[in-house]
Design a protein around this ligand. Structure first.
Ligand code: ADP
Length: 749
């Protein structure tokens, strides 16, 4: 059926294409039929042997007539059927005409849309010849459409931007082109579009004039670069200025502490103290400004070094304890035992953040105290540091604001407490750089909790090692008698983790009444209670508790009377390790001597003052500032060392050479960086160059500088220096550096 239909279709197509051939064939057939019929009839009728029979003739004629009638009937039926078909076709044709009209209209609309577009639209064939352009393109090209169509016209490209390809294959790129209106930036989108089957695809390019946007972006980028440069210049300036301010400040702070060591009248002492306090305040202000400028300039480089979490927290607590205790505030810390002992991170920056938060907590609290709690965070490897206080709190509307620079919750209150409003801005930036977050929860009048959560990875293989060697207190009862609750609750929490059962009592009389209730493993009595109460409680506990421990602050140790009622002492804020050691000691121990420093030694060896027995080093000090040189000499002499001063790099080099050739080389060189003639870096390079290839000890050189920028440190290390001492130098820092050196000398000798 299908085959016949195809043959028919082909024949029809052939007939349509060659109508003259069909006419000729048809004419030939009609002629042949008429001629054949007439010829046959006439020839038959004229033949002698035709035997004409009128009947047969009539029958033949009738038959032919019948055939003709059948043919006519068939033709008429076929005509009717054809008419019906024609009507159908006419209807279909009408629908097609409508559709055609619609399509034309749609095409017209699309064309006018194309034309009215502000964007440039151009279609090109495979050879790059233009097949369509819209009005906008013609206008920008300043050429009529007829000239463009069929040509390979393209704008002159002045600058080519980067190109990107979208997932659907569209290529996007920016071009700066030359036009009659001047250079314009065009953002092009180019993609292939399919045309009729059998013909290659065309390239459709749509371009948008983005000159204004690009110029604005460029202006913005330029402005940003300028701002960056200005910010770098500002931070450099701040670093320079702070260096310049630090140097005389070094003199002020150092000299005032030296002055305070001399016999002074009480009035003179007050003035000297005021000078020192103001110097310290100025120094911390300069340091904050410098820090802020460094962070602003993106110059904080975070270290990734292992450090002990609990040591860091306990150091911070101890550092702030005198400030808190002087204001009758409690300060205590607790590090969760589930945390790894050692983690990797930047301990110095974390310490800076926590010192700022805890320092604020003390500053804005007048009753109660401050707690530092370290717990595992909500994410793996995250550590959460909580700094909680019972202070004035922060109003809800100020809670966001105080993290911005130079913002204080309440300017009036701020004036009373002092401060710059920079601390939290710096802290937040540091925490963000560490990949962490800082959050605040506070209610005015009830206190605040700042939470710093940062990722700190544990040292490999260290996850099992616990912070402190935990004593096993399972089944042991421990009573804590303390009038204030912060430290007591943290100690109780720690003891419970160690397996102990705790009972916290705030009143001495209640504690005394509770003592006979059971056998106590230990009774911890806070020295903040009335001295007589402490004494009585200690005596009463003798019969009921194995360990009787009194806790006190360094400032109140002299108020305690010597007593045999106690088996041990702990200094507040408590260190977990000291508490663990004290509780692990079995049985009753002899009462230590409560007089003077001996007590401290009995309590915690860590508290021993550093009376470093110096072996007397010979130190060359290269320092051009007279006051600082004098200060260095005094400090070194007081620490039992011999100091020789050189006022510039060249003099230092000469002195170093002379000492070496005389066979009495210096044990140490303290080298100022900025000096006239030859600076510290140059002098150190020369020392190292002369030492190279020579036998004998390498002289340690420590930089003495107020510059704290990382690049300055690198420069020092590159020149061959061994370390750093940051000005203003205090006695402790210097003593620490020299004690370390003296010890190594001693070992080497
Ligand atoms: P500064 O303390 O030098 O003013 P900060 O940025 O450290 O600067 O603190 C900004 C402000 O936030 C403080 O002035 C104070 O108003 C408020 N603030 C910070 N910590 C506390 C806190 N623990 N309790 C109450 N207010 C606080």
């Amino acid at each position: 059926m299908g085959r016949i239909f195809r043959v028919k279709l082909r024949l029809r197509r052939f007939a349509r294409r060659h109508p003259w051939l069909i006419i000729a064939i048809r004419s030939f057939m009609i002629f042949s039929a008429a001629f054949g019929g007439a010829y046959g009839f006439i020839t038959g009728a004229r033949s002698e042997h035709s035997g004409y029979d009128a009947h047969a003739f009539a029958i033949g004629t009738s038959f032919l007539f019948a055939v003709a009638c059948v043919a006519l009937a068939t033709l008429s039926m076929r005509l009717r059927w054809m008419r019906k078909k024609m009507r159908k076709i006419a209807l279909h044709n009408e629908a097609l005409a409508d559709r055609n009209w619609e399509l034309k209209e749609a095409e017209e609309r699309a064309r006018s849309l194309f034309e009215s577009q502000g964007d440039l639209i151009v279609l090109r064939d495979a050879e790059g010849r233009i097949t369509f352009v819209n009005e906008a393109y013609c206008e920008l090209a300043e050429a009529p459409r007829s000239a463009l169509i069929g040509s390979q016209f393209a704008f002159t490209v002045l600058e080519q931007g980067d190109a990107a390809i979208e997932t659907n294959g569209t290529r996007i790129h920016d071009q700066k082109i030359a036009t009659g209106l001047g250079p314009r930036w065009i953002a092009w989108r180019e993609g292939l579009i399919r045309t009729d089957a059998g013909r290659p695809a065309e390239l459709e390019c749509v371009g948008r004039d983005v000159t204004d946007r690009t110029e604005t972006e460029r202006a913005l980028a330029e402005a940003r670069d300028q701002a960056d440069a200005a910010s770098r210049a500002k931070s450099r300036f701040l670093a320079m200025a702070s260096h310049e301010i630090r140097t005389p400040l070094n003199g002020i702070i150092g000299m005032s502490s030296l002055l305070m060591d001399t016999p002074l009248t009480p009035e003179q002492m007050t003035y000297a103290k005021a000078v020192k306090t103001s110097g310290d305040a100025l120094l911390s202000l300069i340091e904050e400004l410098l820090d802020y400028s460094k962070i602003e300039a993106g110059k904080i480089d975070l270290e990734q070094r292992p450090f002990a979490l609990s040591a860091l927290i306990e150091d911070i607590t101890e550092l702030l304890a005198p400030r808190a205790q002087a204001r009758q505030l409690e300060i205590a810390a607790c590090v969760d035992e589930r945390l790894p002992a050692q983690v990797i991170g930047d301990a110095a920056r974390l310490r800076q953040v926590l010192l700022n938060l805890a320092g604020n907590a003390i500053k804005f609290t007048s009753t109660g105290g401050v707690a530092l709690i370290v717990e595992p965070g909500i994410w793996p490897n995250e550590v959460s540091f909580l700094v909680r206080d019972t202070g004035i709190g922060i109003a809800p509307e100020a809670q966001q604001r105080i993290f911005r620079e130079f913002e204080q919750a309440d300017a009036r209150i701020g004036r009373n407490y002092g401060g710059t409003g920079l601390g939290l801005a710096i802290s937040e930036r540091i925490v963000k750089r560490m990949g962490g977050r800082i959050a605040l929860e506070s209610k005015p009048g009830q206190g605040s909790t700042f939470e710093v959560a940062i990722p700190l990875a544990a040292i490999d293989g260290d996850s099992e090692q616990k912070t402190v060697a935990m004593p096993d207190l399972t089944g042991q009862s421990i009573m804590l008698v303390a009038p204030q609750s912060i430290e007591a609750s943290l100690v109780a929490r720690r003891l419970q983790r160690w397996g102990g059962q705790t009972c916290v009592v705030t009143d001495a009389a209640v504690a005394q009444a509770l003592l006979p209730e059971r056998a106590w493993h230990a009774v911890l009595i806070d020295g903040a209670l009335d001295a007589d109460d402490v004494e009585k409680l200690g005596a009463a506990a003798r019969a009921h508790a194995t360990q009787r421990i009194v806790m006190f602050t360094p400032a109140t140790r002299h108020d305690l009377k010597p007593s045999s009622a106690f088996t041990g002492y702990l200094v507040k804020p408590l260190r977990a390790a000291s508490l663990a050691t004290r509780l692990s000691i079995a049985g009753e121990v002899a009462s230590p001597n409560l007089a003077g420093e001996a007590l401290i030694e009995a309590i915690d060896p860590k508290e021993t003052p550093s009376t470093s027995p110096s072996s007397g080093l010979s130190v060359l000090v290269a320092e051009d500032n007279e006051i600082n040189a004098l200060l260095m000499r005094s400090l070194l002499t007081r620490l039992g060392h011999r100091a020789v001063i050189a006022t510039n790099g060249e003099a230092a080099l000469e002195s170093w050479l002379a000492a070496k050739s005389a066979g009495t080389p210096y044990d140490l060189v303290l080298m100022d960086i900025q000096m006239p003639q030859l600076d510290g870096i140059g002098a150190t390079r020369q020392i190292r160059a002369r030492e190279a290839g020579q036998a004998g000890l390498r002289t340690p050189v420590l930089a003495l500088t107020a510059n704290t920028l990382v690049e300055d440190r690198y420069a020092c290390f590159e020149a061959g220096m061994d370390g750093f001492l940051i000005k203003p130098l205090d006695r402790e820092k210097l003593a620490e550096a020299l004690a370390g050196l003296a010890a190594t000398r001693h070992l080497a000798a």
